[in-house]
Design a protein around this ligand. Structure first.
Ligand SMILES: NC(=O)c1ccc[n+]([C@@H]2O[C@H](COP(=O)([O-])OP(=O)(O)OC[C@H]3O[C@@H](n4cnc5c(N)ncnc54)[C@H](OP(=O)(O)O)[C@@H]3O)[C@@H](O)[C@H]2O)c1
Length: 317
């Protein structure tokens, strides 16, 4: 995709997300105008005007009309395209990122955030070596994708082992956008939060069974027993107390598997990189099954090209 169009499309989506979150009215339809950097326009619940190379109309709810490049977003943020005349690269761009612009509406309706997990894995299904090294599985475009997701979501969430092994910043550096709230699950006083604190002054939330006072952290006490509702309760607290309407879960495997097992993932994104790691950390730590018919399946699954690699995106069934 032409860089100018890509940047313009990104600004337009970012603007849409902000407008949806700040409008005082229920959103019925939006018109997006973009293509020339700096001339992006988003109209909510009003007739669009002006000339721009690209024009996308978004209808919310079950309405179906027929004009050029209409997309319908349902209550669960699934997209259906009508008369789509966008180039494939732009179509994919909207298909990947448009739902997050409406996560606020999803959260208001269901009283919990819209959740998406992302991992980068090898062809043999590993997300890290046995010693925990994972930098970098996935190409440069995967990194840009991750930063777009961070910018489009209210919070990015990781498990404590990922903090220990990777010392990530979890801010937004590769695209325009602001740093999300950062949520760490598990661990206690032994954790070193300096990579997060040094990267951005924004909110850091530590959800743990054993909270302790720390000047840079907001803490949430988790149940001592990891019961089947523990993560659902956490998501509700994030939504109610911290105004977090969308959560991007960046790993590792244990935390993503917990969300998956508790049926709390709206979307799973799995980037696949052409390498073999061997005896490493697996993408999921799910219980063993006897027969293939018991395997976790997906609906609306699709493989997206990510430069010269691919990413599977699907809704866990
Ligand atoms: N390739 C990739 O995309 C990618 C992405 C991220 C990370 N990684 C790699 O993955 C490795 C870490 O992954 P990991 O699977 O070992 O660990 P992890 O998911 O980062 O963290 C696991 C910890 O999270 C807490 N936790 C998990 N489920 C929980 C639940 N239901 N309730 C409360 N707490 C829960 C537990 O902490 P407590 O035991 O303290 O309760 C658990 O030990 C790192 O080496 C990192 O490099 C790879």
């Amino acid at each position: 995709m032409d860089k100018d169009v890509e940047n313009s499309c990104w600004r337009c989506l970012y603007l849409l997300r902000r407008k949806v979150m700040t409008t005082n009215h229920e959103v019925h339809c939006c018109h997006l105008h973009f293509g020339i950097p700096g001339c992006e326009n988003v109209f909510i619940n009003e007739k669009a005007c002006g000339n721009s190379p690209y024009h996308v109309s978004v209808k919310l709810g079950k309405t179906t009309t027929n004009s050029s490049c209409d997309v319908v977003v349902d209550n669960d943020l699934n997209l259906s395209w009508l008369n789509d005349q966008l180039p494939t690269s732009l179509h994919n761009y909207f298909e990947l990122y448009l739902p997050y612009c409406f996560a606020y509406m999803y959260a208001k309706q269901y009283r919990k955030p819209y959740t998406t997990s992302h991992t980068a894995q090898s062809l043999d299904g590993c997300t890290a070596t046995k010693s925990g090294h994972s930098k970098w599985i996935g190409n440069q475009q995967n990194l840009i994708h991750a930063h777009r997701m961070r910018a489009l979501c209210d919070a990015v969430l990781i498990g404590k082992n990922t903090l220990i092994n990777d010392q990530p910043k979890l801010n937004v550096r590769h695209v325009e956008g602001s740093c999300p709230k950062r949520v760490i699950i598990g661990g206690g006083e032994e954790l070193d939060f300096s990579s997060l604190v040094d990267a951005d002054p924004g909110i850091i939330i530590h959800a743990t069974k054993s909270p302790y006072p720390h000047a840079s952290l907001n803490t949430i006490k988790l149940d001592n027993q990891e019961n089947e509702n523990s993560l659902e309760n956490l998501l509700c607290v994030l939504c109610k107390k911290f105004n977090i309407y969308s959560v991007y879960i960046e790993g590792g495997a244990k935390i993503i598997s917990s969300f998956l097992q508790q049926k709390l993932l709206n979307v799973m994104q799995m980037h696949i990189s052409p390498m073999l790691i061997g005896d490493g950390m697996r993408i999921c730590s799910l219980p063993a099954i006897e027969e293939i018919k018991e395997a976790q399946k997906f609906i609306r699954g699709k493989f997206f090209p990510i430069d010269d690699e691919i990413m599977f995106v699907g809704i866990p069934q």
